[in-house]
Design a binder for this molecule. Sequence first.
Ligand SMILES: [Zn+2]
Length: 298
Amino acid sequence: MKKIFVLLLILTLLPLAGCAGESTDSSKIQITATLFPQYDFARHIGGDKVEVTLLLPSGQESHLYDPSPSDMAKISESDLFIYTGDMMEGWAGDIASSVGSDVKILDASRNITLFAHDDDHGHSLDPHIWLDFDNAKAMCANIATELILLSPENEAYFTENLINYTNALTALDNEFKKEFENGQGKELIFGGRFAVGYLTRRYNIKYKSAYDSCSANSEPSVQDITALSDFVKANDIKVVFCEEFSDPKIAREIASANNGEVLVMHSCHNTSREEREQDVTFISLMENNLSNIRKGLQ
Ligand SMILES: [Zn+2]
């Protein structure tokens, strides 16, 4: 009797499983997120009550991205549109005036203080807020607030997911803290565009970087590259970091000065096709960063 029941249950569920992900389920809150962090946060907090779409195509560099008409259509069909903030997606501010009032718009940096860093343009605000795990928690809380407004009957569910995910971020934060609480081994060397200022600031990480920001229009000088190459040689540094989706040429050049290797420091703006197939998460990417950092410190 029991077996028949289970079989019937499986048969009933099969058609549902078959169409998951292929078409939108109108019973779920439809969310469109610009970048990977808020996409992943929304998936974790919304759970099975939401369907989240990542607006950026896989592998797309995020700073050069501009929404296409079909992206705009996708946003218009959503219940909730989440972007990082005006410093990251300058175009997102105009979305409000071009989509209907039935799309809620969330600036995920609401209530978060951006820190300023010095670069060749002087003093600018760093938009990569998610790389400080307190900010990541605040982004999650902002997302939970919006979800509860959209679906008050699921408040307890979203709140529980938020608590669980916040705890996971705290555990991650503690792992990073532990790695640096007694100072650090070798200095970290960044040979690609530099996006992880929130991370280096949070844990007081000593580093040297060829690039002073994440922007593509700040190439390091020959003197800068030579100085870094001399530094890795003098300090026997075997690892040079490079950001995902950026040209590793300069990082390789610096690493080769001491027969070292180039490892990825994933800044999590976006993910590649392979990473999406593996269903990586913000936390798994950051765990991988930590394991690469450990190699860099040796
Ligand atoms: Zn960036």
